[in-house]
Each structure stands twice: as C-alpha cells, then as structure tokens.
Design a binder for this molecule. Structure first.
Ligand SMILES: NC(=O)c1ccc[n+]([C@@H]2O[C@H](COP(=O)([O-])OP(=O)(O)OC[C@H]3O[C@@H](n4cnc5c(N)ncnc54)[C@H](O)[C@@H]3O)[C@@H](O)[C@H]2O)c1
Length: 440
C-alpha cells in the first residue's frame, strides 16, 4: 500500500504518537482509557454531554475511583488531555472511540439511543484516514449493521478510506490488580486493515492485544464473558436455595469445592446482581437471538433466579426477626452497603434497592449506611447514609449486610446489632455458631 494513502498516514501518526484521539463518553470506561492514551503521548480529547464531567477533567478533578486527580492535573499541564461538550472537534480526530452507555429499556430491550446519537455525530464529520472504534457493550452485529451504514453514507469505503472496529471494554472498576492497561484487549475490525490499525493504536497503551477475525466475534466475546458470569452466579444462587432446604452451609461447600485444581471456578451467592453490565449485557444477546426466533434459556433462567434473590433476603430478615418474636411490619432495618459491589459507590441496578423496596412494602422502616454513598433515593424518598454507631446499631432490629465494603467496622456491628442477615459471608464460620447471624 502506498505510503501516501490516508490510512498509511494514520498508521504513521499512531506509531509516532502524533495521532489525535477523541473519546466519546468520559465515564467508568472512557476516562481511564483517555488517561492511558494521554500518558502515551497522544493528544486526547474527551467529549461528554455532562458538563460537570467535562469541567472535572479540565480542572484536574477526577470523579472516577480508578483515576487519580493528580494524573489528570499532570496530563492537563502537559496539554495531553482536554474535554469538551462540543462534537465539532470530531472532524479533527484521527481516532474516535465510543464509550457511551448501553442500558436496557423498561421493556428489558436494548436502549441503543446513546450509540445512535454518538454515531450520528461522527457520521456528520467522518473523513478519510479516520479510525472509529466502538467499545460500548452491545449485541453482535451492531458495528457492521448499525454503525457501518451510517458512516458509509458519506461515500467512503471501510478498510480503504476509513477504518471501523469493535473492541470490548473489560474493566472492573475498583480492581487495582487488573486495570485498563493490563487487561488484554480483544479487537475485531470490519476488514483486516481495520483490525490492524485498531490493534496498532491499542498496542501503544495496552500490554496485550488480542485481534479476532471480525467485529461480530469481538462483540460476542464480551457477551460470552458476562453471560458466563450471570449464569454462574444464577447457578450458585440456586445451589444456595437448595443448600438452605437441605440445611447445608453453601459457603463451606464452595470453599471445599474450590480446592479442586481443575474444572471448577468459585462463584458466590449474594442478594442479586447489579451494575451496568452483568444484569444487562446478557439481555442484549437474548434480545438479538429472539429476533432470530431463538430463546436464550440459560440467560432467562439466570435472570429469573438472580432477580428473586432480594425477596429471599427479605424472607431471611423476617425469619431472624421471628426468632425474637418481632414482625417485619414496623421493624427498623439497617441496610449495610447499597452499592452493587465492594469498595465502589456505583448504585446502578444495585439489588439493594429491590431489598429496600420489598422491606418497605412489607411495612419495615429502612435506613442505610454506605461509606461510598452519602445520600440517595430509597423507595421514593431521599435518605442520607446514617453513621455506623453503637446507638444506631442498638436501635435497629436487624442489620442486613448487602455489600461488604472493606472500611466498615464489622466488629462494631457484631457487638451491637441484635440480628444480622449476612449475604456476603463476612462473618464466616462465626455465622454458623451465632444465632444472631443468619447467612444466605
Ligand atoms: N462500568 C463498567 O464496569 C463497564 C465495564 C465494561 C464495559 N462497560 C460498557 O462500557 C460502556 C460505558 O459504560 P460506563 O460505565 O463507562 O458508562 P458511564 O455512564 O459511566 O459513562 C458514559 C458517559 O457517556 C456520556 N454520554 C452519554 N451519551 C453521550 C453522547 N451521545 N455523547 C457524549 N457523551 C455521552 C455520559 O454523560 C457519561 O459520562 C457501556 O456500554 C458499558 O456496558 C462498562
């Protein structure tokens, strides 16, 4: 290929780190990615509709746990990173990476509006020599059936004039061991040239790239990974219900089972699944195959079992109160941990809200403590996180441990709570000996 073609120029600019990288959506996925490319010397522009996030980046104030404000300030000083709410900058970017949300609609169908709107903004300004990559999790076929036609409408040919690829983000917010930089990056382009150029770009900032044959494979990789998690959590939640019936401690079973050095991987029960990914991503796949007349039965079953866990937790609360001859109606229940997982403040789709709703429907008075969530709407009213003190614990009829954040004083809870429903096995073997603690 001639050195003068627009894509050859792009390859050269990537190698020299002179390519300009635009990232649409500066959230849990987009901001850490922007920081990694900026650290490699690229000039990175983040585009986000949220003006507070744009200001945060431009003033060197991080709003994402995994990104240090100090890093933002350094990159701002070096003029490597800037943010804007204007899409006009898109035409000047050599590479554009889309990191916008992909939630579910109330009908449990994919909400593609964010991807469509970002694509529309790019399509108005696409030019020769650009590389566009979609990172948002979505159903197989999105990149070539939805984005490609919109970009090709300007008369450009993919793989020749511009490049298009899908590369799923696999970040686990709050995980200090595996980060944007160290998690291998799967990349699938519409054409081999698209894969090659996207791999060249990511290879500058990410330790290991994993090229695959096409964008559909890359899209499916992400859905396999998250469906695998959702289904296995569903399985272990069902095993928990089975163990409950048989009077067996499921946590002891899992601990012993995981000593098998092959063929078993531990998953743990809990109050349900949450976050932007695990509850939603498998539904993107289920929706897509439903269109093809196929029912994704594992996905539907896991969704059903995981979705029933909050009610099971409430039954456990009722049972422990019953031991003290107390009804759930008017009982004071303190929820410990509202975020969907440990050591983050992310409330998206957290099962804690279902637990709170069911408790309140059954007449309980619900308060919460979460060091990462100063205030939130609980069952229609604004609440503040209560301080975790002896009087607060003694006043509560039951503490429901939903998320086991590291910084909580669990000994204090143990000393002063009259009853604890421990959905995370925080108290381990103690939970078996104490009649005040009920495990899942
Ligand atoms: N959060 C995770 O742990 C995680 C992990 C892997 C993959 N993902 C996937 O990555 C994608 C992004 O997730 P996230 O957690 O970063 O979301 P997020 O909500 O934290 O961030 C998305 C950002 O996009 C902005 N935005 C929305 N529409 C926009 C538009 N049209 N133009 C510009 N900005 C726009 C929002 O204001 C927000 O700041 C989703 O598809 C998600 O499934 C998320």
């Amino acid at each position: 290929m001639s050195r003068r073609t627009p894509l050859a120029q792009l390859a050269k600019r990537i190698r020299a780190r002179t390519a300009r990288v635009g990232i649409i959506g500066l959230g849990y996925v987009g901001l850490p990615l922007a920081v990694e490319f900026a650290k490699e010397g690229f000039s990175v522009t983040g585009i986000d509709l949220d003006v507070h996030r744009v200001q945060g980046v431009n003033r060197g104030r991080s709003y994402i746990l995994d990104v240090a404000s100090e890093d933002l300030r350094t990159l701002r000083r070096r003029r490597r990173l800037q943010a804007t709410s204007s899409f006009e900058v898109l035409g000047r970017q050599d590479a554009i990476i889309i990191c916008v949300p992909t939630p579910l609609r109330k009908t449990r169908e994919p909400d593609m509006s964010y991807i469509l709107s970002a694509t529309d903004q790019i399509a108005r300004r696409v030019r020769q020599g650009q590389l566009i990559v979609l990172e948002s999790t979505t159903y197989p076929g999105t990149t070539d059936e939805v984005i490609l036609p919109a970009l090709s409408a300007r008369g450009f040919t993919v793989g020749k004039d511009f490049c298009l690829a899908f590369s799923p983000e696999r970040i686990d917010p709050g995980n200090a061991t595996y980060t944007t930089r160290t998690i291998p990056k799967v990349i699938g382009g519409i054409t081999p040239r698209c894969t090659e150029l996207a791999t060249a770009l990511y290879g500058t900032a990410i330790h290991r790239t994993v090229p695959v044959s096409c964008s559909k494979v890359a899209e499916m990789v992400k859905l396999l990974e998250n469906t695998f998690r959702a289904v296995n959590i569903g399985l272990v939640n069902e095993i928990t219900l089975i163990c409950d019936r048989l009077g067996i401690d499921v946590w002891e079973v899992i601990d012993a089972a995981k000593t098998k050095p092959f063929g078993f991987m531990p998953f743990y029960p809990g109050p349900g699944i949450g976050g932007h990914c695990i509850p939603s991503d498998p539904m993107y796949l289920a929706w897509k195959v439903r269109v093809h007349g196929f029912e994704a039965r594992f996905i539907e079953l896991a969704t059903h079992i995981n979705g029933a866990m909050p009610a099971y937790v409430v039954d456990k609360v009722a049972a422990v109160l019953n031991q003290d001859r107390k009804p759930l109606n008017r009982a004071r229940i303190l929820l410990l941990g509202l975020a969907y997982k440990k050591d983050v403040g992310d409330l998206r789709d957290s099962p804690a809200f279902d637990v709170a709703r069911i408790l309140e429907e059954r007449g309980a008075v619900v308060t919460y403590h979460d060091p990462f969530v100063p205030s939130t709407q609980l069952h229609g009213h604004e609440q503040r996180s209560v301080a975790l003190t002896r009087p607060v614990l003694e006043r509560s009829d039951c503490v429901v441990l939903l998320t086991n954040h590291s910084q909580v004083d669990y000994d204090l809870v143990l000393r002063h709570a009259s009853a604890i429903v421990d959905t995370r096995n925080q108290y381990g073997a103690l939970g078996k000996r104490s009649t005040r603690i009920v495990k899942l």
